[in-house]
Every structure is written in C-alpha cells, then in structure tokens.
Design a protein around this ligand. Structure first.
Ligand SMILES: *Cc1c(COP(=O)(O)O)cnc(C)c1O
Length: 400
C-alpha cells in the first residue's frame, strides 16, 4: 500500500548505489588497450590505498568477496599449510572453509555469534604453536552475519605478544569505508575487500592489499595460479596483465566516482557519519527492547559494527517483519544469514550511501511493522534515534 515511491535496499550488501556512480557507469564500452580507462585505473590505485590506510600494494580482481578470499589465500597459503581462523560468525568460518578447499589445515577459535575475538585466547593459541606451524591468522573486521566488530589492532598485539611470526589477514568486505580501519598502523599484512558495500559500487570487483612481509611469503610459494597471482596486478603499465584479461571497464568508472565521493566527504567524516547513524539505530533498538522479544545481537557497543546490525526476535518474527517492511513500505531488510532459526533474525544494512533521513525512514518503517504485526515492543524508538542524530549533528547551520 505504501510501497510505491522510492524503495530502499537496507540489506548488508549490495548497498545503495549513488546516482553519481550509476551515471558514471552509463556509457558505451571504452577501449581497453589505451586511453582514458588506463589513466582512470592508475588514478584509483592511490585512493584505494588511502581508504585502507596503507602505503603498500593493492591488486584489483574481477571477483566478488569470495573471489578475493581465494585471491589472498592463493598467494600465501598452499597445500599442507596451517591457518588459524578467528570465528565471530559465518564469514570468517567461510574464509577458513575456502582455505581448507585449497589444501590448508584449518584450526579455528570460535568466539560464538555475539562476541568479538578474545585476545587472550589468540595469544595463548599462538604461544602454544612453538613450531611456528600457523602461517596466517584469518580474521574479519566485521562479521556481516552477526554484526560483530573485532579489535584488529588488539589481535596484532596478541600475535606480537606471543612472539609469533604468522601473517595477519583481515577481511574488511563488510565495512571498508564505514568502520575505521588502519591497515598499516594496526599491523595487518593482507586486507581484502569488495566493491559493493561501503565502496558503493556494484558487486564484481574486489581488492587485495598486501605488504612486503606478505609478498616475501608469496615469493616462497611453490606455485600460484596465474589468475590469482597478485604480482602482475600492481603494474598498470602492463594493462592486459594487470587484469589478467579484459578490464572490468564500467566498474572502474563507477569506483572512480565512489572514491571521489568518499574523498569529498573525507574518510574520517565518512566513518563519523556511519558511527552516528549506527548509534541512532542502537538507540531505537534499545527502546524497542525494553518490552517484548527484540534483542540486539551484540551486547557490547565497542564490539558492534557501524555498517551492519543483527537483531533477534522470536521464531518467524524476523521473516514476518521483513516481509511487512518490503511489501507494505518498500524497505528491504537483510535475512538472518547463517543463524538458527534464521526466521527469528533480521539484519539492517547501513553501509555506504546512507543518510540520516534514510535511517530514520527505515527505523520508522520497522516501528510501524512491529505495530501492524502486533509484535510487543517498547515505545520511544524514533524519539531516541532522532535525539542521537540531533545531538551529533548540532545546530550550526548556514542560512541564506
Ligand atoms: C559480503 C561479505 C563477504 C562475501 O562477499 P561476496 O561479494 O558476497 O562474495 C565476505 N566477508 C564479509 C565480511 C562480507 O561482508
């Protein structure tokens, strides 16, 4: 009934694509052998390094997030190597399964579905690895199934405290450009991300950032598939080798525009926007949770992502609320991925091209859905969210 008008995809990826990005991609196929596309590709490299806060190398792949998981692993992990997976939900587990498929031995520390990685357990596991069998530690900045955010700097400190030499590999697919991330300062050796979440570009290209320590491990690999090899992908002068075939032409134009938008806002401001929006969302959930079944998945605010929030209701209520919001109001919320029973869960994606009025809009929609479906809930959610945004935005306006 109220679904006509602008619809809103509030799932945790793909995220809302800005009109500017769509317009930048709406063009005929360009020449891939010479000309503008080469210059634009060269130009996105420093900006890609900047969003990961690294001075090291970045390789671009025609691949989604799963593809860059494999790309990163393929350069440093071979048959019989051991990796340590720090599981805080479905996604890091999935990366570990991919390592297993490549012949690695996978050890997992499982921190459940609502808590960040426990640094003491990481340190203890690495201390116990006296033979140095663990070649890499696999972790996620944000696990998109649970909304858990990990302390990546702390994980590096735990590795160092154990005196361990393993690589630290971090999946930032959910939240690069949303949650603060400092690859070099935090001592991450390999970072992976993809285009379709905080980077606001359609799914289809992914990125692997790697430092000299990671590349030294790459050097010792007996073989690396020529498609996944990151080495040819850092020299755009060899353009056909750089993409190992045809360039992802339109994605490069879209990405250029998206990176311009982040640069115009300022990456720190982008992070601050996501933080303010996330706090407004949590304030609404806190209000709803005072009565009835709704619970935010991660209790500790320090361990919550600013890009995605996972909630739990009673069995069936997540599905019902999602269907109501989509069918009645044109707002699409995320499914309870990797959780059981999935029908009890709900995820809000608030990554990328998301403003204050969009967040107030989907929160108001959820509030109406709770009422329409008769799901008990505390009142004042919208009041609480708008108070957070009013406070964070302040009153400094310019008048004509
Ligand atoms: C989305 C996501 C992935 C998977 O990316 P795809 O593009 O769907 O393959 C992996 N890890 C995290 C943390 C994600 O959010």
């Amino acid at each position: 009934m109220f679904a006509n008008g602008l619809s809103y995809l509030a799932i945790p990826g793909p995220s809302v694509m800005p009109d500017r990005v769509l317009r930048a991609m709406h063009r005929p196929a360009p020449n891939i052998y010479t000309g503008e596309l080469h210059a634009i590709t060269r130009g996105v490299i420093p900006d890609l390094k900047s969003v990961a806060r690294t001075e090291h190398s970045v390789a671009i792949y025609i691949a989604n997030g799963h593809g860059v998981w494999e790309a990163a692993l393929s350069n440093v992990i071979g048959e019989g190597d051991t990796v340590l997976v720090l599981a805080t939900g479905r996604f890091c587990e999935g990366w570990g399964e991919m390592a297993k498929g490549l012949g690695a031995k996978v050890e997992t520390l499982d921190f459940g579905n609502s808590n960040a990685v426990d640094l003491a357990q990481v340190e203890a596991a690495l201390k116990a690895d006296t033979k140095g069998r663990i070649k890499a530690v696999l972790t996620v900045l944000v696990d998109t199934s649970t909304g858990v955010k990990n302390d990546i700097k702390g994980i590096r400190a735990a590795i160092d405290a154990a005196g361990h030499n393993g690589l630290l590999m971090c999946d930032c697919i959910a939240s690069l450009g949303c949650d603060a991330y400092h690859m070099d300062d935090w001592g991450v050796d390999i970072t992976v991300a993809a285009s379709q979440k905080g980077l606001m570009t359609p799914p289809g290209i992914g990125f692997v950032w790697f430092n000299a320590k990671a590349d030294a491990v790459r050097e010792t690999m007996p073989r690396v598939s020529s498609y996944w090899d990151w080495r040819p992908r850092i020299d755009p002068d060899e353009y056909y080798k750089f993409f190992n075939g045809t360039a992802p032409t339109h994605h490069i134009y879209g990405l250029r525009e998206a990176l311009d938008m982040i640069a115009e806002e300022g990456l720190e401001n982008t992070w601050a926007r996501h933080e303010g929006l996330a706090k407004a969302i949590w304030a609404a959930i806190d209000a709803w949770s005072t009565e009835g079944p709704m619970r935010i998945n991660v209790a500790d605010p320090a361990a919550r992502s600013h890009a995605v929030t996972s909630l739990r209701l009673e069995e069936g209520q997540g599905d019902a609320l999602r269907a109501w919001c989509e069918q009645k109001m044109g707002v699409v919320l995320g499914v309870g991925l990797g959780r059981s029973p999935a029908s009890a869960f709900l995820r809000f994606g608030h990554m990328g091209h998301v403003s204050g009025h969009m967040v107030l809009g989907f929160l108001g929609t959820v509030d109406a859905g709770l009422k329409a479906l008769g799901i008990p809930h505390g009142s004042g959610a919208l009041e609480a969210a708008s108070a957070v945004l009013a406070d964070a935005a302040g009153a400094d306006i310019s008048l004509p």
